[in-house]
Design a protein around this ligand. Structure first.
Ligand SMILES: *Cc1c(COP(=O)(O)O)cnc(C)c1O
Length: 453
């Protein structure tokens, strides 16, 4: 059996209809810089940073070295009741780069766990301080926070989450300010409407609400929806006013992705809890974190017999190899001024998108830093989507693959999240490939639909 046949016989891939995989199998063997290579030697731009992770490109010497050096000491020991050297050093660095309100770091292995931990901490916080009625959560419609049941319960993407309905805990949903889909198309009108909605909800129910979960500035999996200016800071004000903990999810947006170290800095927002992951190790190893304020930490700090301990942990929490590479990643952020670079290059990227914006089936191109989405529509004037069965964005990404670029869509939105070190020339080439593929596939789809009528 060759490798492809083995993959088809033994594997079950995440977020993948295996029937699709069987038609278009792909096995990556190596990577260098912002490209990856498959087992047949074909090269691809890693235009989605291997699912939103990669920062400095693949096989970055300093990161490779950090792992090798750590291996000469120890690969892993537990964080239950004790700590280790890189996890401790990393915690200090992480607190220094975070918004001022956040003073403690709790480790885990994935973004979903980091959110799950934030939700459990917020819940237990109110229990520990005796406000036991505060048990529910508000989350934002179309939000995505990962795939474990707790994270799914505060998520709201119907197509992923509906089937698990009966397994989830109940909560409140508040609308997301999607300017492109708002009848007014006016950012402030759209924002104020959503804020008014949220305030009504808080007015009525704040006594039973523990926390509010929200992605920071951009809804990622929900379609790369960039929130209008002032939205996140107004949500912060409302959380404070109604005594609800604000849990910000920076798993996708953190570590420079949007042109700030954390996206909430765009609005000077200081959350009570914050989840981060993805870019934290430069895309090398599974480390995630939940930041908390000192107020929350203190509510758990007491004699053991009071049972205020946070009873949560994972086998690999605080893994040394992961923390060592995260430290090296943060050193590179500083040395290479990664955040400033993204901010600078994203202006160029905005110009490059001009040729994509002009295409007849591109309804909207949304971008904050290097976090971008291209929404495909059947009719640009009416914003009518392509039929669900068309899978037009999926087909466009298959065409991109043929042309030497990898990404994955979310719904009808083609995701573009290149590694943060991508040069202007590389950005230009990637945008050009996407343009060609989108143009070809949407025209084919248009013809196919016309022929079927
Ligand atoms: C990817 C993502 C998660 C989940 O992270 P995993 O590491 O895949 O579990 C959570 N929230 C957001 C906003 C994400 O983009």
């Amino acid at each position: 059996m060759n490798l492809t046949e083995k993959s088809q016989k033994y594997l079950w891939l995440p977020f993948t209809q295996m029937k699709d995989y069987d038609q278009d199998p792909l096995i990556i063997e190596s990577g260098k810089g912002i490209k990856v290579k498959d087992i047949h030697g074909k090269e691809y731009y890693d235009a989605f940073s291997s699912v939103w992770l990669n920062v400095h490109g693949h096989r970055k010497e300093e990161l490779d070295h950090a792992i090798k050096a750590q291996l000469d000491k120890i690969a892993h020991s537990t964080l239950l009741g004790m700590t280790n050297v890189p996890a401790t050093e990393l915690a200090e660095k992480l607190v220094h780069i975070a918004p001022k309100s956040l003073t403690r770091v709790f480790y885990s292995d994935s973004g979903a766990e980091a959110v799950e931990i934030a939700v459990k901490m917020a819940y237990q916080y109110w229990q520990n301080i005796g406000q036991t009625k505060k048990q529910k959560f508000i989350s934002v419609k179309n939000g995505y926070h990962g795939d474990t049941i707790g994270a799914v319960s505060v998520g709201a993407i119907d197509i992923f989450h509906q089937v698990y309905g009966p397994l989830m805990f109940e909560g409140f949903k508040t609308p997301v300010p999607n300017v492109y889909r708002h009848p007014s198309e006016d950012p402030s009108v759209c924002r104020d409407e959503c804020i008014a909605n949220l305030e009504t909800l808080l007015e009525h129910y704040h006594e039973e609400i523990a926390g509010l979960t929200i992605e920071s500035m951009v809804q990622g999996a929900g379609g790369m929806v960039v929130m209008p200016e002032g939205f996140l800071s107004r949500v912060r004000e409302l959380c404070t006013k109604y005594d609800v903990l604000m849990i910000i999810d920076e798993v996708a947006t953190g570590f420079g992705r949007t042109g700030k170290m954390f996206a909430c800095e765009h609005e000077g927002v200081e959350p009570d809890l914050m989840a981060a992951g993805k870019g934290i190790t430069g895309g090398y190893l599974p480390i995630a974190i939940t930041y908390t304020s000192e107020k929350i930490y203190e509510a758990f700090y007491d004699d053991y017999t009071k049972l205020k301990t946070f009873f949560h942990g994972h086998s690999y929490t605080g893994n040394q190899l992961g923390c060592a590479v995260a430290l090296a990643n943060l050193d590179l952020f500083e040395r290479d001024q990664i955040v400033a670079q993204v901010d600078e290059k994203s202006t160029r990227l905005h110009e490059l998108f001009e040729e994509i914006r002009a295409l007849p089936h591109v309804g909207d191109v949304r971008q904050l830093g290097f976090m971008c989405g291209i929404e495909l529509v059947s009719d640009k004037a009416t914003k009518e989507p392509f039929p669900f069965e068309s899978r037009v964005a999926y087909k466009a990404t298959l065409k991109m693959r043929e042309l030497g670029l990898l990404t994955r869509p979310t719904g009808d939105v083609v995701v573009f999240m290149p590694p943060l070190v991508s040069s202007k020339e590389e950005l230009r080439e990637m945008v050009h490939i996407m343009k060609q593929a989108i143009d070809l596939v949407t025209k084919e789809e248009e013809e196919r639909i016309a022929a079927a009528k």
